[in-house]
Design a protein around this ligand. Structure first.
Ligand code: FES
Length: 118
């Protein structure tokens, strides 16, 4: 069932917006005028992804720079080896392996963005 999440005009191309829908924390991403919905918590150590950077369809986490494909939620890379040592958890720790992001179907209608929480 699709639920209204935001207005298209609120998210410029290349922009992101965090929303809460039925208890789920989601980031809406505008890649070239198409909207995608991914979970807000980074698949590495749960940083808030809307504080990262969206470059094309690649979302980069602000904390240790793991990257994700917003179209599929796939983790493209784990924490960057050159992230500041003090802020970088042990990448060998299996509990901190970078997981893919959950995604949800999105549609737009009359200037509004809807997410199917299924
Ligand atoms: S929390 Fe996102 S890369 Fe570590």
């Amino acid at each position: 069932m699709y639920i209204k999440a935001a207005e298209e005009k609120d998210i410029a191309p290349g922009g992101m917006k965090a929303v809460a829908l039925s208890g789920r924390e989601i980031v809406l991403c505008n890649y070239g005028g198409t909207f995608y919905a991914v979970e807000r918590a980074c698949g590495h150590a749960k940083a808030r992804l809307e504080r990262g950077a969206l470059t094309g369809w690649i979302l980069t986490c602000p904390l240790h720079f793991a990257q994700f494909d917003v179209r599929s939620g796939s983790a493209l890379s784990g924490p960057a080896p050159k992230a500041p040592e003090s802020a970088h958890p042990d990448p060998a720790d299996p509990a901190l392996a970078t997981k893919d992001l959950k995604t949800w179907p999105v549609k737009t209608e009359n200037g509004s963005i809807f997410v199917d929480l299924q």
